[in-house]
Write a protein that binds this ligand. Structure first.
Ligand code: 1GP
Length: 234
């Protein structure tokens, strides 16, 4: 992988703090998804993250970690994505925590597989918004401004539009997409089956499916083909 998420159209996000049965996990591994992203906004520990990594040992696709806390950054993942929350007034979530982590671990980071992930959190009720203090109720214009900032000013490789737990505003997502020139647009939030997956896949380059895996695995699995069959509109 020379670019983050290169070739990833569909991604399942697994939360180490939630239980997925072995059968469901095997179905995920055989689903044809392009990658597995390990992450969550609360309850992640070294132990539950390491346990999930071990369960994913036979994964035929890349397994990446979203590094929200330095103690989770264990070896063994194919890629490491470090969130930078764009729309929070709390500098700790922009660069503070990352800089503190690098004070201690800077010499150990595998930079060839580590990337920044610009996070635009747009569901004020989601855990990520609460934890990071994100100002998540944005107009299309405001969201597009953040997108431009991430893409043009910071030259981040990824812009992750995060609606975790709620299906997002697709008109806003389209506006965000138009503001990008180089950053890859990643969408996640509220995809509960193939229809919404296809809707998001028409706009975003990478579509992330999380929660539905734990509540309706069959619907979750059906999102893989839906995304794969959808051609992104320009
Ligand atoms: C969460 O964007 C992902 O970080 C996926 O969201 O859990 O709502 O599918 P859902």
């Amino acid at each position: 992988m020379t670019e983050p998420m290169e070739g990833w159209r569909h991604v399942f996000k697994l939360d180490p703090d939630r239980e997925l049965g072995r059968r469901e996990l095997d179905a995920v591994l055989g689903s044809g998804t392009d990658a597995i992203l390990v992450g969550g906004s609360s309850g992640l520990t070294y132990d539950n993250t390491a346990a999930l990594l071990e369960q994913l040992a036979s994964a035929p696709m890349p397994v990446a970690l979203e590094v929200t806390r330095p103690e989770l950054a264990m070896p063994g993942f194919d890629a490491y994505l470090v969130p930078i929350v764009l729309n929070t007034p709390d500098g700790g979530w922009i660069t503070g925590r990352q800089a503190r982590a690098l004070e201690e671990w800077g010499g150990l980071v595998p930079w060839d597989k580590t990337w920044a992930e610009g996070y635009l959190i747009l569901n004020p009720d989601c855990e990520a918004a609460k934890v990071s203090g994100a100002e998540a109720s944005l107009t299309e214009l405001q969201a597009a401004a953040y997108a431009r900032l991430a893409d043009r000013l910071l030259r981040l490789p990824l812009l992750y539009v995060e609606y975790s737990g709620r299906f997002g505003d697709m008109a806003l997502l389209r506006r965000v997409k138009r503001a990008l020139s180089g950053a890859r647009l990643v969408y996640g939030g509220g995809i509960d089956g193939p229809e919404r997956a296809a809707e998001a896949a028409r706009i975003a380059t990478t579509v992330v499916v999380g929660n539905v895996l734990y509540v309706d695995p069959a619907a979750a699995l059906a999102t893989v083909a839906a995304v794969r069959e959808t051609v992104p509109a320009d």
